[in-house]
Design a protein around this ligand. Structure first.
Ligand code: ADP
Ligand code: MG
Length: 362
């Protein structure tokens, strides 16, 4: 492809609202997407992801708000004039056309001459590793190959913006894992601004430069994968990304306490009315000997122990009834040395892993 990173465009969404009757599919959404960025909209079903993508593509006109690609206001621009490539969940391929017919369709729409069309179709097919497949018919292809054809069709006219709505959800897990990496490489190679939709948090963490977590038509947090995982803005985000236990804490003498026990912290305390201690299962440890001095300890009674091959999951309950999950690595001898149901054990949490979040989040 002749495309370079300079061709990518930043996207600016300002105060966009879209209602269907009483439902706010989008509720005053503002979002700045950088040129060449891979940004993912992540949220549960019905949160507004597709609606936002459709607003970007021009298939949905919002009730109000502004949308800019670079310096240009786009709200009134027709979809085919927006220079946007789009990949849908169900691929939306034409079953009666060949692979080349499908991939070349956007070029025909744009009146690209036939000879040039053939060359660009083949180049797009090579980009998605389907070189030489042009004459095949769609029903001769596997799910993964169809997905690649849809992708080739979306990039064949070298758009500056690529939109993808759950493009991998019809594939099995192994293929999905591989395609995630491939799509990311393709993005890096072609350099267009990419907006990707998924409800799969792991997929979002794997692929994205930044993730916008969406719920009820609002953006709950926009941050890098690491920032989202390590310092979620509120309980919704913390719950949606990764597994966590949440313990209520109260402000106490410049720090916080859970059930009367003062905690050692390494991060500032958020200024919110309600606070929760978020504990990631892989960050809390099973302490077998005398605890080291500068660590937060929680005594729990083991209520569940799950062996998962590469790791084990231990669920415990404190004397006050708070539940904590911990994940540990399985090594030689670990399994036979694991505690039993009903045992009391001590779990240790470093101050650096002691994350306080806004407990009032949606
Ligand atoms: P997501 O893609 O995150 O699953 P959508 O953007 O499809 O969510 O939908 C957001 C909300 O808007 C949902 O409550 C959905 O039912 C509603 N909605 C979306 N499209 C329409 C439509 N064409 N007519 C009525 N309601 C819609
Ligand atoms: Mg959707």
């Amino acid at each position: 492809m002749t495309q370079t990173k300079n061709d990518a465009l930043p996207i600016s969404v300002r105060n966009v609202t879209k209602t269907y009757g009483k439902v706010f599919a989008l509720n005053d959404v503002s979002l700045e997407i950088k040129s060449g960025e891979f940004l993912t909209l992540l949220g549960p079903s019905g949160s507004g992801k597709t609606t936002l993508l459709m607003v970007l593509a021009g298939f949905t006109r919002p009730d109000c708000g502004s949308l800019k690609f670079g310096a240009h206001e786009m709200i009134r621009t027709a979809p085919h004039l927006r220079d946007v490539g789009m990949v849908f969940q169900n691929y939306a391929l034409f079953p009666h056309m060949s692979v080349a017919g499908n991939v070349g369709y956007p070029l025909r729409l744009r009146n690209v001459p036939k000879a040039e069309r053939a060359e660009r179709i083949e180049r797009a097919l090579e980009t998605v590793q389907l070189g030489g497949y042009g004459a095949r018919s769609i029903d001769q292809l596997s799910g993964g190959q169809r997905q690649r054809v849809a992708l080739a069709r979306s990039i064949v006219f070298e758009p500056r913006i690529l939109l993808m709505d759950e493009p991998l959800s019809a594939l099995d897990k192994k293929l999905r894992d591989r395609m995630q990496i491939e799509l990311r490489h393709l993005h890096d190679k072609l350099g267009m601004t990419t907006v990707y939709v998924t409800h799969d948090q792991r997929e979002a963490l794997t692929m994205s430069d930044r993730i916008a977590v969406v719920n009820h038509g609002r953006i709950m947090q926009l941050a890098t994968p690491q920032a989202l995982y390590e310092s979620p803005a509120n309980r919704f985000v913390a719950d949606f990304i990764g597994d966590s236990s949440f313990l209520p804490v109260e402000r106490h003498a410049g720090t916080v306490a859970h059930a009367g026990q003062t905690l050692m912290l390494a991060h500032p305390i958020p200024e919110t009315a309600e606070l929760l201690l978020m504990i990631r299962p892989e960050r809390i440890r099973l302490l077998r000997d005398t605890p080291p001095p500068h660590i937060n300890c929680f005594k729990v009674c083991v209520t569940e122990l799950v062996y998962q091959g590469d790791s084990f999951l231990l669920y415990g309950k404190t004397g006050q009834g708070a539940e904590i999950a911990m994940r540990g690595a399985v090594r030689d001898g670990t399994v036979s040395a694991l505690p039993k149901l009903g045992d009391w054990v001590t779990l240790g949490l470093d101050p650096a892993d002691t994350v306080l979040i806004d407990g009032t989040g949606v």
